[in-house]
Design a protein around this ligand. Structure first.
Ligand code: M6R
Length: 611
């Protein structure tokens, strides 16, 4: 949600900033801008994408070795040239790029207007620029102190980079609630919302903590908190490689990521399953294992696709570890007064590890004494750092805004956790445990088989690309997959789609069914198969079109459904890992055929770091 990149060092900043913005564009893409120190501060910004910014700056002198850039996902103020970042303070002393929301900006703006400040944009960020400038002028302090003093008055979230016209050669950065990473090079520093723009230059990074302010020159990094306490930078080494952020031969990141899933699921369990398939080893939760075994209840908090994975987790933990589970939308949970105590296990699931609501949900339960675990994909992310323990999904960087491989890796982690806890709590026999592990290791080959059948799914996509509504049905452990299928279709193709437990259809949605309504049904051969067949009959009786995902070898389903997509047989516990693949491919091809921007769907951003 908004991407920030900044540079100070010996090199020309402009190409580093542009490349960095391109790598961050998945976080927001409605406007872009840069500010460069080049005998004074020069700003280039416009509505549109980074390529529009490049066109704008093409004939300009874009020299200078200090600068910052921003790619925006609009919150306050519609996408426009004026509302694009960086924002300038009224007297031009400060330029600011910002990710987050200043909640008390209306109040601060009024106060500044009474003091003679004039505003030229609709953004909360301009308020911040003027607030810092006001403190700087009135209190005659340096830019760093002005920033710290101003920020003590701010309510809300920010990842900020600031340039002060009167203090060339330095960047000031501050973080509260919105991530910022500092990259350390030789006589140079980088700053970004995540590590993507940095990994090409260095693997040494510092993740800023909330309420920290950094002053950075080409030779120094000084870190303190808002209240002037000096902090020692905690330097980490990151393991990301530049190849992992390339589309390769794929037309879109989403397609590449769909096709990576045989590997990404393998990467998720690699080194965590004993060679003889008799044991699961999750190093990240080893220290808290006694508390997990004793836990009385699991509460899983998440948003979006991660919430769907959590629902699959509910089935897995209840069935195989015999532990009661509650799955919560993090955004709702954080504003309730939930009853949580030391016997609870709270699990936060988040691909990015930065989702504001999920982060707030775990902060809410910190005092309860519950054990808090994270299941995150991004190493070093806020959620992974703020939980007691956790398991990384190791899915590799996910760039497509529509989450695909993160989902299957999250389910893989949940399955491993559920089986392991089932074993430790003696809810599973040794033999059942062994079978489940063996079945999990078979999944990547089955994923590859399904993905090889992409052409048939593309043909089905061509038949339904013009529909305006769609229904996705599933039962049992596949109900969350129906929700996820509907989310995939709606978020990238803008077709209205709903996911339902198949049996719920007759309590309302059945009224929607006529000959124009495609109904995408998960009808694999499991214990609820016969029930799903009845639900399919109900659709067909009302002339709906049925597109079924069914287990290979089931010939009867061809008599019922209009189209059948076969998937190989697998253990029911792991069926979500296979059943989602046709819906991911279907959504992708429908969106491409409709001319939609698959990797950057309208109004969305990859990482939702604001509420
Ligand atoms: O990074 P997170 O897993 O916390 O993100 C949660 C949701 O924002 C995310 O899954 C979103 O729903 C995706 N666009 C779905 O494809």
């Amino acid at each position: 949600m908004c991407g920030i990149v900044a540079y100070v060092g010996d090199r020309t900043a402009y190409p580093i900033l542009i490349k960095g913005l391109q790598r961050l564009e998945y976080r927001g893409y409605d406007s872009a801008g840069i500010a460069l120190f080049n005998s004074g501060i020069h700003v280039y910004k416009c509505k549109g994408k980074v390529k529009d910014l490049q066109a704008l700056a093409r004939d300009e002198d874009v020299g200078g070795s200090v600068g910052m850039g921003h790619t925006r996902w609009a919150t306050h103020g519609e996408p426009s040239d004026a509302n694009a970042h960086p924002h300038r303070s009224m007297h031009g002393t400060f330029h600011v790029v910002h990710n987050g929301i200043i909640e008390n900006y209306v109040h601060l703006k009024k106060e500044l207007m009474n003091r003679g400040y004039v505003f030229y944009t609709d953004t909360d960020t301009e308020v911040l620029a003027n607030l810092i400038e006001d403190v700087y002028r009135e209190q005659e302090v340096d830019a760093e102190l002005a920033t710290r003093l101003a920020l003590t008055r701010v309510v809300g979230a920010y990842g900020l980079v600031i340039l002060c016209e009167e203090e060339p050669g330095r960047l000031i950065a501050a973080r509260k609630g919105s991530p910022l990473v500092i990259g350390i090079g030789e006589h140079e520093y980088f700053l970004a919302s995540d590590a993507m723009p940095i990994i090409e230059y260095t693997d040494r990074v510092v993740y800023m903590n909330d309420e920290e302010v950094a002053v950075i020159t080409s030779e120094s990094l000084d870190l303190k908190d808002l209240y002037n306490d000096v902090k020692t930078p905690d330097i980490k080494t990151i393991q990301l490689h530049i190849d992992s952020i390339d589309k390769g031969n794929y037309a879109h990141f989403m397609l590449k990521e769909i096709h990576e899933q045989a590997h990404s699921v393998t990467d998720t369990f690699r080194g965590r399953i004993a060679m003889d398939e008799s044991k699961i080893f999750l190093g990240g939760i080893l220290d808290v294992m006694p508390r997990l075994i004793e836990a009385r209840r699991i509460i899983i908090v998440a948003c979006g696709t991660s919430w769907h994975a959590a629902l699959v987790g509910e089935y897995l933990f209840e069935e195989y570890a015999r532990l009661p589970v509650e799955v919560e939308y993090a955004s709702e949970f954080r504003y309730r007064n939930p009853i949580v105590d030391k016997d609870d296990l709270v699990i936060a699931i988040s691909q990015s590890g930065e989702t504001a609501d999920t982060l707030a949900a775990i902060r809410l339960v910190k005092e309860s004494g519950a054990t808090i675990l994270g299941i995150c994909n991004v190493a070093g992310s806020s959620i992974s750092r703020e939980t007691d323990a956790g398991v990384y999904t190791h899915a590799g960087i996910e760039i497509g805004v529509a989450s695909t491989k993160a989902f299957t890796s999250q389910i893989t982690v949940l399955a491993m956790m559920a089986f392991l806890l089932g074993n430790k709590r003696q809810a599973l026999s040794v033999e059942e445990y062994r079978v489940l592990i063996r079945e999990l290791t078979r999944v990547p080959a089955l994923i590859a088989e399904i993905l090889a059948g992409e052409e048939k799914i593309r043909e089905i996509a061509a038949l339904y690309k013009e529909v305006t509504n769609a229904l996705f049905l599933g039962r049992g452990i596949l109900f969350p997959v129906a929700l996820e299928g509907a989310l995939k279709l709606k978020e990238i193709s803008y077709i209205h789609a709903e996911g339902y437990p198949a049996a719920e259809m007759k309590h309302g949605p059945i009224a929607l069914i006529d000959e124009t309504m495609p109904v995408f049904v998960l009808a694999t051969s499991d214990k609820l198969y016969e029930k799903v067949v009845s639900n399919i009959q109900e659709v067909k009786t009302r002339k709906g079109k049925v597109i079924a995902v069914a287990t290979r070898g089931n010939t009867d389903i061809y008599k019922l459904a209009d189209h059948v997509i076969e998937i190989p047989p697998c253990h029911e516990a792991l069926s979500p890992l296979l059943a989602i693949l046709p819906w991911q491919l279907l959504a992708y091809h429908v969106a491409v055929m409709r001319g939609c921007n698959v990797d950057q769907p309208r109004n969305l951003a990859k990482s939702v770091t604001v509420e």
